[in-house]
Ligand binder design. Structure first.
Ligand code: B12
Ligand code: SF4
Length: 453
């Protein structure tokens, strides 16, 4: 049997002469979710993976199943690809976080959908396919891969991803931020793999620079310490995602540094207590004074911050946006992302905005051909949607200007960091600068209306 796994692209951009240009993601990372599925695919299945972020799809009709991963920004495109294959008579299965959030919608575009995690149910899908009995819905328990189950990274071969090896220690998070799809998907639970399992996986990987894509790698502090201790002998460098409350535990920070951690994506989200409360960002509400103490601790332990901010909560106005930018500039974070608050379906934020009739694009921005990347998809309280979009873009431009990047690099130099740290910061600052501007205003999905490609 032949099965194709597909990672869809987000959409297309408009080039200088006003013509559509297909978007290529030069900062693309390994699609771990598809390697996870490949890892549980029996060897008698002829499996190939196509990543539309860097290559054309084959639209091969001689294939028994096309299985597509769906994340919200690529959902429109995923459905278009699904439609095209189905018109060609090929069976299509859709899986991924967006499918789990809106299964009824996804089911309209597929022969079969997979809700939840894939590892524990994929072999059943293939068995049913072999027997000509593919079901319309599969449900995989949400958890972590069982011991002995590893991603098959051979599917990445030749696709030229960033030289970062993606892996997971745990999945999910105990917190319940109002805008977070993960909190809903994992129902505020956190699941972990055994430390020896993670170590075995690292031993099999050919990379020395790793990205733990855990939603919150310090969700369970004792487990995190156990992992960090075990990582020390491996002499790797790694980055992760962690909540700011990690700074409370000095032993955790010391082990993190010793284990080779060089940085984290940290959701600061807002720099006022009111903003944090509106976003229900509980790990920060507890910590918030002005974050000076926490940021000093991160610096003391050599942890770079990729600070993530979310603009657009109900107390946001031009002044608070400026305060957020000033805060980020003041602290000279290695990287900072200024994201517009997005209503992801099924989240508490989405339900609240829906109730208050404040959703734009009839509530389904991810399907709308007029929706553009990084644009507001709801009516903010104190600004117009366009004002929020523009302010967010302006802030991004300021933070990513060459002058601002230069100042941050000087800070790293004055902190006497190693040459490899400085080289890494320079490379990724310039890369993310280009990629974040490229994506701005980009349409999602490919040209034409859904159903008309
Ligand atoms: C790493 C990561 C990134 C990386 C990119 C990763 C990559 N490979 O390209 C970076 C940091 C660049 C990134 C960027 C963004 N991300 Co991101 N990211 C993640 C993160 C933390 C981990 C993804 C991952 O590898 N998971 C591990 C795999 C194994 O788990 P999984 O994806 O859930 O897959 C399992 C199941 O869903 C299922 N499954 C998934 N696909 C398929 C397909 C088939 C065929 C089958 C059978 C099963 C199946 O089986 C898998 C194994 O069990 C997730 C959160 C999360 N926990 O998933 C957010 C997440 C996917 N990101 C999200 C968002 C919003 C973004 C951004 C838009 C943020 C922003 N504002 O800029 C951007 C842009 C994304 C884009 N498309 O360009 C949201 C998506 C929300 C949604 N409703 O879809 C998430 C869920 C985070 C969140 N808290 O809400 N992201
Ligand atoms: S702390 Fe992060 S992963 Fe956890 S619920 Fe909040 S935004 Fe989501």
């Amino acid at each position: 049997m032949r099965v194709h796994l597909i990672m869809p692209n987000i959409g297309y951009s408009i080039n200088r002469s006003g013509k559509y240009a297909d978007f290529k993601d030069n900062a693309r990372m390994e699609p771990l979710q598809l390697a996870a599925i490949a890892g549980v695919t029996p060897p008698d299945i002829e499996l190939e993976m196509y990543d539309e972020r860097c290559e054309e799809l084959p639209y091969d009709t001689d294939v028994d199943l096309v299985a597509i991963s769906v994340e919200i920004f690529a959902a429109r495109r995923a459905y278009q690809i699904a439609q095209k294959y189905r018109e060609m008579g090929v069976k299509v299965l859709l899986g991924g976080i967006h499918v789990s959030m809106v299964p009824d919608e996804a089911a309209e575009y597929a022969d079969s959908i997979l809700i939840g995690d894939g590892e524990n149910i994929w072999q059943q899908v293939l068995e049913d396919l072999k027997n000509g009995a593919l079901k319309a819905i599969y449900r995989g328990a949400v958890s972590c891969p069982a011991p002995g189950v590893y991603p098959d990274r051979s599917i990445y071969k030749g696709k030229k991803y960033l030289p970062l090896g993606l892996l997971q220690f745990g999945r999910g998070c105990y917190y319940g931020c109002s805008f977070c799809a993960i909190s809903k998907y994992f129902d505020k639970q956190h699941y972990r793999r055994r430390v020896d399992e993670v170590i075995r996986e690292i031993e099999q990987m050919d990379k020395k620079f790793l990205f733990f894509v855990d939603d919150n790698i310090v969700a369970d502090i004792d487990a995190a310490k156990e992992l960090f201790r075990a990582l020390i002998p491996y002499n790797i460098k790694w980055v992760g995602q962690a909540s700011i409350d990690m700074t409370r535990d000095k032993e955790l920070m010391r082990l993190m540094e010793k284990s080779g951690c060089v940085g984290h994506v940290i959701g600061f989200e807002a720099v006022t207590q009111k903003g944090l409360k509106l976003l229900k960002k509980s790990p920060n509400i507890k910590e918030f004074n002005n974050y000076d103490e926490q940021i000093k601790i991160l610096r003391d332990y050599g942890i770079q911050s990729w600070a993530a901010f979310t603009l657009g909560h109900d107390n946001e106005d031009m002044d608070s946006i400026k305060t957020t930018l000033d805060f980020a500039l003041h602290h000279k974070f290695g990287f900072a992302a200024f994201n517009i608050l997005m209503p992801y379906p099924s989240t508490p934020l989405y339900l609240q905005l829906e109730k208050e009739d404040r959703l734009l694009f009839k509530g389904k921005w991810w399907l709308d051909e007029d929706y553009r990347f990084n644009h507001a998809a709801f009516i903010p309280k104190n600004l117009s949607p366009d004002e929020l979009t523009e302010a967010c873009y302006d802030v991004r431009k300021s933070y990513n200007s060459y002058a601002s990047i230069g100042k941050r690099l000087l800070k790293v130099l004055s902190d006497r960091k190693t040459m490899s740290r400085i080289a890494m910061l320079t490379k990724y600052s310039l890369l993310f600068r280009v990629e974040s501007f490229k994506k701005q205003h980009m349409n999602i999905g490919m040209r034409g209306k859904l159903g008309n490609i």
